[in-house]
Ligand binder design. Structure first.
Ligand SMILES: O=P(O)(O)OC[C@H]1O[C@](O)(CO)[C@@H](O)[C@@H]1O
Ligand SMILES: [Fe+2]
Length: 189
């Protein structure tokens, strides 16, 4: 039997950086078609800001192993809609996931394949359990970076397809200075 080596790393709780992790950067241009207000999207695209960064320690896609990653989701809006991560189902749809809030303010939108949506607020210390089969997207509703840790099965994979095409049935927007979760007028079942 060949054993893997255990690993301990310290997440920088101010910046979200995991030393030695693989870094992924997603700019607004990588989120074409994701926001409802297309005019506001095109306008902000001139600056093409970084929307989020992911620092991931990933293993081979094998049953039984675990990956973990921090995400630094920057504050911002496209029209009324707060910045968010793409959101995905797992390719192995029955794989669950755990999120842990580290810094800033936001939440998670979850959705079943039938379009039933849930919104869970997250702050430092919040643990969110993502059950099997639920798509998940995080949203920054504050004015500083929203940083969180995700722990997920190494063989879960990411299935972006249906969220990219149809979006979530709910939007998280700012209206009169308040955070509101409203029906998505462009949601297609
Ligand atoms: O993969 P997305 O939807 O762009 O969101 C990024 C975040 O989600 C994860 O894929 C985990 O679900 C992490 O790698 C990262 O925390
Ligand atoms: Fe996931």
């Amino acid at each position: 039997m060949e054993y893997k080596n255990p690993l301990g790393v310290d997440i920088d709780l101010e910046t979200g950086v995991i030393p030695g992790a693989k870094k992924l950067v997603r700019r607004l241009g990588d989120l074409k078609g994701y926001f409802v207000d297309e005019k506001a999207y095109e306008e902000l695209l001139k600056e093409n800001p970084v929307v989020y960064e992911v620092y991931a320690i990933e293993q081979e896609e094998k049953d039984g192993d675990l990956n973990f990653a921090t995400t630094v989701l920057y504050p911002g809006k496209v029209g009324k809609e707060f910045f968010f991560t793409k959101g995905h189902y797992h390719s192995k749809a029955d794989r669950a996931e755990i999120y842990y809030g580290i810094k800033g303010k936001g939440g998670m939108l979850l959705q079943t394949p039938e379009g039933k949506a849930e919104w869970i607020e997250m702050r430092p210390g919040t643990v969110v359990y993502v059950p099997p089969y639920w798509a998940h997207r995080t949203v920054n509703t504050g004015d500083e970076p929203f940083i969180f840790l995700a722990i997920y099965p190494a063989d879960a994979g990411h299935d972006y397809g249906s969220i990219k095409e149809k979006g979530f049935s709910k939007l998280v927007i700012e209206e009169n200075g308040e955070v509101r979760v409203v029906d998505n007028p462009k949601w297609k079942e």
